[in-house]
Design a protein around this ligand. Structure first.
Ligand code: UDP
Length: 324
């Protein structure tokens, strides 16, 4: 699918009703694809995609990607039409969501990835794996380049997500070698924006909703840990650029501007016009100390880099909540 878009081709988006998934579906529809969303709505929401039905080119299969009959259910919708790509964004992704579903998260990354790869192979379609900065764990290299192997505790609480994604990368790469799979791997860093679930437990959602309610923002630990936040429209443009490229191997897709959680709280206070009040809580187990992508590969090979600064992105997120 490099170059010209095949009009009428399907792109299957597993996890299309989720936060990033729904924005990806929207962007693919805008580029002329038909989109089939596979989602079991365990963390994704119908309301994220309801508005896409009006396009007439959006279909939904409500199904867990580990289901044995997944391929048949997909075939029943796509019929004989070409499938350009299968994008795997299905998984609980916020720490509280995956910690509440440890076994399901491991299954989605392993069994679910295998099922989606076999659908891609069966339809001669490209496979896009949504991997994560969590493959780097609590990184000993900073910023993180794709060549870094990571520092993950294999039996820590977070391992259900980290190791599932690492396994998914291993499986995808093994299929590239053994089955000729045409694969792309995106390592997605912290992303924020409209449609994040208010109770997903991530830091941006917590801070924004707490500050809007006039509450103190819950800072875990001393708040000196860092993250690099990418606005969702930038993230999706990066995913689409990767999907349309010839770039093999993992590519970091994230915003390299790095903030401490205290700085994030200050930014949220500024956007909402409130004095930030902080409520310090214990640091979760194995919480990475720092995180920032090196995006040289994405810049040079995809010609992509984020456009939206943190304050602007937070304003857009707050505006979308005000509009609800
Ligand atoms: N965090 C925080 N307050 C919150 C939620 C999270 O200080 O209410 C911290 C968390 O400990 C981590 C960072 O914010 O250091 C990012 O957490 P998040 O859950 O958003 O994603 P992660 O990058 O850990 O997957």
């Amino acid at each position: 699918m490099t170059g010209a878009i095949q009009p009428d081709a399907w792109v299957i988006v597993a996890g299309g009703s989720g936060f990033i998934g729904s924005h990806l579906c929207e962007a693919l529809l805008a580029r002329g694809y038909r989109v089939l969303d596979i989602d079991d709505h365990s963390t994704g929401r119908m309301s994220n995609v309801d508005h896409l039905r009006a396009t007439g080119r959006f279909e939904l299969v409500e199904c867990d990607v580990t289901a044995a009959d997944l391929a048949q259910r997909v075939a029943a919708v796509v019929g004989d039409h070409p499938v350009a790509a299968v994008a795997h964004l299905a998984s609980a992704a916020s720490p509280p969501a995956y910690l509440a579903r440890p076994l399901e998260t491991l299954a989605v990354g392993s069994v679910g990835t295998e099922r989606l790869i076999s659908i891609a192979l069966g339809h001669d379609a490209r496979f896009l794996l949504a991997s994560t900065s969590e493959v780097y764990g609590d990184p000993l290299e900073h910023p993180q380049r794709e060549t870094y192997w990571g520092n993950v505790n294999p039996i820590g609480e977070r391992s259900v997500y980290d190791e599932a994604k690492r396994f998914a990368e291993a499986l995808t790469t093994a299929h590239e070698r053994a089955s000729g799979l045409d694969a792309r791997i995106a390592r997605i860093f912290n992303t924020y924006g409209p449609r994040m679930q208010p109770d997903d437990g991530r830091v941006v959602t917590n801070f924004v909703h707490q500050a809007r309610r006039g509450e103190a923002m819950t800072v875990y630990g001393d708040g000196s840990q860092t993250r690099s936040f990418c606005f969702v429209s930038d993230e999706v443009e990066g995913l689409i650029a990767l999907l349309h490229s010839d770039v093999r191997g993992p590519v970091n897709i994230g915003n390299p501007m790095e903030f401490t959680m205290i700085e994030l709280a200050t930014a949220v206070g500024e956007v909402l016009g409130v004095e930030p009040r902080l409520d310090h809580r214990p640091l979760p187990m194995d919480d990475p100390r720092v995180r920032r992508p090196d995006i040289t590969r994405a810049r040079e090979l995809l010609g992509w880099e984020p456009q939206v600064a943190l304050l602007d992105g937070l304003r857009m997120m707050v505006d979308s909540l005000d509009a609800d």
